[in-house]
Design a protein around this ligand. Structure first.
Ligand SMILES: Cc1ncc(COP(=O)(O)O)c(C=O)c1O
Length: 393
């Protein structure tokens, strides 16, 4: 693979938004798979929230705060082409998935949960907990090099499957799964499907109407540049009205301010999967990053990610570095993993030099360009990685 010539700033349309992320100046920011850069507007949004709290007190709910969740959910819906009112907000993906799981039964004959050994540990712990509710967990193992084969997932799904819960992009290896045959198999046997799209939305063009999962979850910290505090749950309109979450609360009631002691009468629309008081400050912080990604659109984000990860791969070859994340475009998430010698020390050295990246045991150092990355920064980061590897030998 030969590295293409540097693309000028003028030919990269997504760089038009870069000025809204001043924190990427003066560093080499290649860590968006773990913590996306902060947009300047996040500070103003949180300051506005605090100011309203101080100056408007209880009136802030009516005047502003009650509209915040809907605005953030709308940005998610735009980004993943979801139907209006299909997305609810939660503090993180683990809670969003717990709400979805609380809608399901795991009764004999159909009690299996099919997932993979490479899903994110937090959700694997949740599935493990379902054993107490009668579930049997089937973890599809990775083949060589942590690669999950879709055919293995398809083969694991049958009439005993209650739920298929899989990642879209695997967090450790950045492998993008082709979920179409997997979700088609789930539908064919009558199983519910749930996709953890945390590592795909914002970097892969996700269209929930085409992918057609029953549930899809994602969050704010990484590619959407929203900071900690927001997870989201998409529920397909196919199943929305039929589901009764056991994890619920007063904001999911059709009329929360009636303070009705029950039985719970679930809201028919977008609040059905809510529970307690929404996390307003986190949603204020998240909104600018989400809105920017929605303005850019999934197609442009994917196109740029493929171009820059392709550049990283070809420079890794030029520098003689070992790539352990997938190379094929159809298999590639937003991150390139390099299994360099003494990877943890290399990572620490680079962090001390303001090269922002991370390290994970088993896959080495992980680098992620994003919509704010310039081509010349990709070249510079690979020079710096090469130098750090030589220094730590
Ligand atoms: C694929 C994936 N799922 C889930 C999580 C974490 O979810 P939570 O928002 O519950 O912390 C991560 C975070 O690193 C992840 O990469």
């Amino acid at each position: 693979m030969t590295t293409p010539p540097l693309a000028g700033v003028a030919t990269d349309p997504l760089l038009a938004w870069r000025a809204r992320f001043p924190s990427v100046e003066g560093v080499l920011h290649f860590a968006s798979h773990t913590l996306g850069a902060m947009p300047a507007e996040a500070e103003a949004a949180v300051a506005e929230y605090l100011n309203l709290w101080a100056t408007r007190s209880v009136r802030a709910w009516e005047e502003r705060w009650m509209r915040v969740p809907a605005e953030l959910a709308l940005a998610v819906e735009q980004l993943v082409q979801a139907e209006p009112g299909s997305v609810s907000l939660h503090p993180n993906v683990t809670v969003a998935q717990a709400v979805a799981l609380s809608c399901l039964e795991f009764a004999p004959e159909r009690n299996r949960v099919v997932c993979t050994a490479e899903d994110f540990p937090s959700v694997l712990y949740l599935y493990e907990g379902l054993e107490r509710r009668g579930a049997e967990i089937v973890r599809v193992p990775a083949r060589d090099g942590r690669r999950i084969e879709e055919a293995d997932l398809v083969a694991a799904i049958d009439e005993r499957t209650a739920l298929v819960a899989v990642s879209h992009v695997l967090f450790r290896s950045a492998q993008l799964l082709d979920l179409s045959p997997v979700l088609a198999r789930a539908r064919a046997v009558g199983a519910v499907s749930m996709v953890d799209a945390y590592q795909s939305v914002g970097i892969v063009d996700v269209d929930v109407r085409a992918l057609s999962p029953d549930f899809l979850t994602g969050g704010s910290i990484k590619w959407l540049c929203g900071g900690p505090g927001t997870g989201y749950l998409y529920v397909s309109p196919r199943v929305h009205g039929r589901l009764h979450p056991a994890i619920t609360g007063w904001f999911a009631h059709e009329s929360p301010f009636a303070f009705d002691a029950g039985p719970q009468r679930l809201h028919a629309g977008e609040r059905r999967f809510w529970n307690g008081t929404p996390c307003i400050p986190a949603y204020c912080a998240a909104r600018p990053g989400f809105a920017i990604a929605a303005e850019m659109g999934g197609e442009a984000l994917r196109e740029k990610s493929l171009r820059l990860t392709g550049r990283l791969l070809s420079l890794a070859d030029e520098h003689g570095l070992t790539v352990v994340s997938p190379r094929e475009e159809a298999r590639r998430g937003g991150t390139v993993c390099l299994d360099v010698p003494n990877a943890e020390r290399v990572c620490a050295r680079l962090l001390s030099e303001d090269v922002l990246l991370d390290f994970r045991p088993g896959v080495g150092i992980r680098l992620a360009p994003h919509h704010y990355t310039r081509d010349d920064e990709v070249d510079e980061v690979m020079r710096r990685v090469h130098r750090a590897v030589e220094a730590e030998r």
